[in-house]
Design a protein around this ligand. Structure first.
Ligand code: PLP
Ligand code: LYS
Length: 421
């Protein structure tokens, strides 16, 4: 359930009519709902209420400081994968003790900054990283908590570009070598082994891969304890999928996911960490756009909107589906008209959907791309010199611009023309 509903024939974000936001901020613009973000975060907390836990929001899904502050104030931890994300989490007021640092390629500089600023744990993904982190920690006279990310070789049954738990993926250490790598970790100065980490992929719509992976984790936990490691924490990653189509069967809910966690690793007495991103933010946001032209093609019509692949790249990158709806509800009995919804960017891939039945909308009308709160604004670029898309946060009947649209002059002012030209 989200908080984007029609009221009086107009799509609202909570109590704010979307045309009001379009008038104030222009389009395209991302709009997020505090009520949905809060609700989704709380669902995970409820799902793990039976045990000591920390829900670490995957910052990569939506890294706006206002979103991070909202979740941080609710008690969320943060899962970060770069120095920039780490800095965002801190700037949003989340203490280092609630930040976990993941990622296959942390630099020494990123490690040092996170150690200096405070860190809950590093999720280490390779032996060279263990050695580097040990060296950095020693130089700083620190002892840093670590978990090793283990690759369980489980098929997450999701899009190949976002599956991370198979042996051919770059992530983690093969589970078959985990005991040897933990031995190395325990022998290195500056590191304190506290847990095991796993993340098998994103947009999982089936709980079975989790079940398989977490069973392997439980087995590994017992083996590592027998080897003398004090494993007190399990980081189970994120990845729980969301419904992208309103008319489809919904993927499992956090509560059902929580039951799988309990059933597979619940008896180990470990503190549980999870790293959901999309499930919290995805359906808490929409991308609001205006129609520029309705153009007749040969056998098809194109609805050209002012949002493009640079603003929302998921359809071009993963053939992802986003429901596209008119902001003003069609009159009862209005005939839907199939259109290809496209953006202004000069690539054929700048196509959001083909032959979607939309009621007649024309130039100046507003449309909304649903399920755009995760991996939307964060993946936006300025391709075709289109200024970065702005973001708005709604709370009840109020809204605030949480990232303004840069002017074209601001965009140009970042470039430098060197003296030798
Ligand atoms: C290490 C890690 N944790 C958490 C996530 C969050 O995934 P999702 O947004 O699918 O929950 C990702 C992305 O897949 C990730 O790479
Ligand atoms: N960017 C991807 C998700 C990546 C998950 C990264 N760990 C998407 O939009 O679906």
């Amino acid at each position: 359930m989200d908080h984007f509903n029609y009221s009086g024939g107009v799509l609202h974000a909570e109590d704010v009519a979307l045309p009001e936001i379009a008038r104030a901020v222009g389009t395209p613009v991302y709009v997020y709902s505090t009520a949905t973000l809060t609700r989704h975060f709380n669902l995970f907390r409820q799902a793990l209420a039976w045990t000591e836990h920390l829900v670490c929001f995957a910052v990569k899904a939506n890294s706006n400081l206002a979103v991070l502050k909202l979740l941080g104030d609710l008690g969320a931890g943060m899962d970060v994968v770069s120095g920039g994300e780490y800095a965002r989490a801190l700037a949003a007021g989340v203490p280092g003790e609630r930040i976990v640092f993941s990622g296959v390629g942390k630099t020494r500089d990123e490690m040092a900054r996170a150690i200096a600023g405070g860190i809950r744990q590093f999720n280490v993904e390779s032996e060279p990283e263990l050695l580097a982190l040990s060296a950095v920690a020693q130089e700083m006279g620190a002892e840093v908590p670590i978990a090793v990310r283990v690759n369980p070789d489980v098929d997450a049954r999701t899009h190949a570009k976002i599956a991370t738990g198979k042996s051919e993926n770059k992530f983690g250490i093969p589970i078959s070598r985990a005991r040897e790598v933990y031995r190395l970790a325990a022998s290195l100065p500056g590191l304190r082994v506290v847990g095991i980490d796993m993340h098998i992929g994103s947009q999982l719509t089936d709980l079975d891969p989790y079940r398989q992976a977490y069973r392997k984790m439980a087995e590994l936990c017992r083996a590592l304890r027998a080897d003398g490691h004090a494993i007190t924490r399990l980081d189970l990653g994120g990845g729980l999928g969301i419904p992208y189509r309103r008319d489809n069967a919904a993927p499992p809910l956090p509560l059902e996911y929580g039951e799988v966690v309990r059933e597979t690793v619940g008896d180990l007495g470990c503190e549980i960490e999870i790293e959901p991103g999309r499930n919290i933010a995805g359906n808490a946001g929409i991308l609001l756009a205006s129609v520029i032209f309705l153009k007749q093609g040969d056998g098809r019509d194109f609805l050209i909107v002012d949002a493009a692949m640079n603003d929302l790249i998921r359809p071009a990158m993963y053939d992802a589906h986003h429901d596209i709806v008119p902001v003003v509800e069609p009159a009862p009995g209005a005939e839907p008209h199939p259109v290809d919804v496209v953006g202004p960017v000069c690539e054929t891939g700048d196509t959001f959907a083909r032959a979607v039945p939309l009621p007649r909308v024309g130039a100046g009308d507003l449309v909304a791309f649903r399920s755009a709160g995760a991996y939307g604004a964060v993946m936006a670029s300025e391709y075709n010199s289109r200024p970065l898309v702005p973001e708005v946060l709604v709370s009840g009947d109020r809204f605030a611009v949480i990232r303004p649209r840069p002017s074209i002059d601001e965009m140009l002012s970042r470039d430098r023309i060197p003296d030798f030209l």
